[in-house]
Design a protein around this ligand. Sequence first.
Ligand code: HSE
Length: 307
Amino acid sequence: MNSITVKSPASVANLCCGFDIMGIALSGLYDVMKLTKRDEPGISIKHTDRYNLSENPSENVAGVALQAMMDALKYTNGFDVVIDKQIKPGSGIGSSAASATGIVVAANELLGKPFGKKELVSFAMEGEALASGSRHADNLAPCIYGGLTLIRETSTLDIIELPIPPMYVNIIHPQIEIKTSYARQILPKEVPLKSAITQWANVAGLIAGFIKSDYGLISRSLNDVIVEPVRSKLIPGFDQVKKKSIEAGALGGGIAGSGPSLFMFSENISIAQAVEEEMKTVYQDLGIEYKTYITTIGEGIIVESLS
Ligand code: HSE
């Protein structure tokens, strides 16, 4: 096998109360990456999208992740990489994670699967660290494992795959950019015990709700008293979107990753459509450009072709 094309998905990290520990892969929104083996050493990257990302492998999330994997294998030949990003950098729905995971999954397939999923997450984390300035795997793991994942411990990559009941996911992406590194800098370094108790009760409730397919419990647990109050100030219209979406029947939601996109869960498509209308109205009234998507929880990276 010499050449592979993969689709690497958007993802939503945190899911309100689970800052840095929970995430889901989305379906229907993907970066497309083609990887071809070559005899000459090194990595050559070409972007066919419009985002002006560096094609220097040491400054490119995909390049850094692939290099980490090649170093671990002591691989001396090289790769040509063509990336068509559909997930806008800085959108909050895991653009850097899609690049970092798609490339290592693709290379692993081409090389006869020398690595398991957990090792692939660790290589991808090198790329994610370049983008956000910190090592977290809550967008990476769902891209590689699919569905919903919990990162019980980041340092050892103790990753748990969890069930999640059928739900529709609304995303609205106001066309402003928030850098993850900045959205992390502004967070409190310590939290009051009272807030910590509320937060870990909600994390436990959310996970129990997912496992039991208890939509009421999911709805009550989609609540973040630590991160959202700080970050939501960076997102115009946040409070209105959340209020109107819940009034339209959404189970709940909040900031997708570090924003500016917002997500909402709904039990059925007609509620998701009503939620989308409410979200659009908020940003139309504010005069802010936006993009919306109605999607579902996805299976992670998809191999399109292998030859
Ligand atoms: N958990 C991360 C954050 C996701 O919220 O900063 C963004 O990459």
